[in-house]
Design a protein around this ligand. Structure first.
Ligand code: HEM
Length: 112
């Protein structure tokens, strides 16, 4: 199991071990409702010209505006990881709940 990073850790000189603009600090939830599930897919296609290496970052949330957007805004304001990354696209998808026998996809939203 991965241990949580100690964001308050300091070294012998009293300086912070984790940079104030480090991705892990900026991305950490400031409010409990900003937590969401993450699923990264790393890809590398060495065939052909140029590098096609990257990460598809998937955030799973029930309320993207409340959960995801505040985190993304903090990363936009300051995140040392931004030096190394370039965003090439984004999209929001609605994933419907599962279906029981005799029911149909999205039935709970009809007439809501
Ligand atoms: C190339 C893109 C990215 C890389 C390589 C990356 C890498 C990492 C790494 C190594 C961690 C720490 C380990 C972990 O908790 O999994 C982390 C944490 C995290 N990242 Fe990213 N990340 C990327 C993009 C993003 C984006 C686009 C978002 C959201 C807008 C994001 C949100 C988070 C969050 C919420 C955490 C957990 C912070 C915590 O509570 O500890 N990351 N990321």
């Amino acid at each position: 199991m991965q241990a949580d990073a100690d964001l308050d850790a300091t070294n012998d000189l009293g300086l912070r071990v984790i940079n104030p603009a480090a991705h892990i600090r900026r991305a950490a939830a400031v409010e409990p409702h900003q937590r969401f599930l993450r699923r990264p897919y790393q890809y590398h296609d060495a065939v052909g010209k140029g590098s096609q290496t990257g990460l598809i970052f998937i955030a799973l949330s029930t309320d993207p505006v409340r959960q995801f957007v505040p985190v993304q805004q903090r990363l936009d304001e300051a995140d040392l990881l931004n030096i190394w990354t370039q965003t090439v696209g984004s999209a929001v998808f609605a994933i419907l709940p599962g279906v029981h026998a005799g029911d149909y996809l999205g039935s709970q939203f009809i007439g809501a």
